[in-house]
Write a protein that binds this ligand. Structure first.
Ligand SMILES: CC(C)=CCC/C(C)=C/CC/C(C)=C/CC/C(C)=C/CC/C(C)=C/CC/C(C)=C/CC/C(C)=C/COP(=O)(O)OP(=O)(O)O
Ligand SMILES: O=P(O)(O)OC[C@@H](O)CO
Ligand SMILES: [Mg+2]
Length: 226
């Protein structure tokens, strides 16, 4: 299955411990894919370790690149975030420039998937890391989504509420304006009901923290959108 068809994704943070039994449940849950990613403590060692463990299973796996140092071969896709509401060019395009200069010769561009990111939980680590400026209105968020589709022509617009359940009405309005660009929603999904609600509008939902906090509930989110 191509990444554009994914509906449910688990995001695993390489900084966090996950035992073999739990990882098996995640990988064999029926989820469409696993993304490895996090804001801090991401190293080539913990990324490679998690990748090798996940490769025992058939599930597709993508690296959401957060540092140049942790880029590792062997993933199905590399998701490359560009944080559109960051106030620092580093997180929008400068790290990308550096990485392209370093890896340019060996990059398989078909595996690089740009993500237009909009960070919507001001208290999350990623917001602090990237000095994200909170959009003042729904119109601001819709405008970011429209830029992603029509100006940057990125395949993914990611509404990142990391750690907080977002506003479904905003997700609905953003989705209504997108035609080609896929809408990824992530943040605070803890139950099957929440997964189902957000998946009504988002093309794909991402479940992260709940894997570590309540795995049984996390697994139920997969079946909620089947
Ligand atoms: C040989 C080989 C492997 C070649 C590969 C080629 C390749 C991949 C080349 C790279 C090309 C390229 C252009 C790379 C971009 C480089 C780069 C470093 C870009 C930075 C992008 C960026 C904006 C990073 C920040 C990403 C971000 C916002 C991450 C946070 C995601 C998130 C909210 C995770 C949730 O967990 P966490 O925040 O950790 O929360 P808790 O731990 O508190 O739960
Ligand atoms: O950890 P949670 O809050 O589920 O968020 C998932 C994902 O969007 C984080 O990048
Ligand atoms: Mg983390």
């Amino acid at each position: 299955m191509d990444y554009t068809e994914w509906r449910h994704i688990f995001k695993l943070d390489p900084e966090k411990e996950i035992d073999a039994e739990s990882l098996e449940k995640v990988c064999e849950s029926g989820t469409d894919a696993i993304i490895i990613g996090g804001s801090d403590g991401v190293t080539s060692d913990n990324v490679i370790d998690l990748l090798i463990r996940i490769r025992r299973y058939a599930v597709p796996v993508a690296l959401e690149v957060s540092t140049i140092e942790s880029i590792t071969p062997g993933f199905d896709y590399y998701f490359i975030p560009s944080v559109l509401n960051s106030t620092e060019t580093k997180w929008v395009k400068d790290l990308h420039h550096l990485a392209t200069k370093e890896f340019g010769e060996v990059i398989n561009w078909d595996e690089m998937i740009p993500e237009g990111y909009c960070i919507l939980n001001p208290d999350c680590k990623a917001a602090k890391l990237t000095s994200a400026k909170q959009p003042e209105s729904i119109e601001d968020i819709i405008a970011y989504a429209q830029m992603v589709e029509h100006l940057f022509k990125f395949p993914i617009f990611y509404m990142e509420y990391s750690g907080m359940y977002g506003d479904v009405e905003i997700v609905k309005k953003v989705r209504a304006g997108l035609k080609r660009t896929k809408l990824f929603y992530g943040g605070g999904i803890q139950t099957a009901e929440q997964a189902s609600e957000m998946a009504t509008y988002a093309d794909a939902i991402i479940v992260g923290n709940q894997v570590y906090e309540n795995l049984e509930e996390a697994i139920k989110t997969v079946h909620a959108i089947r």
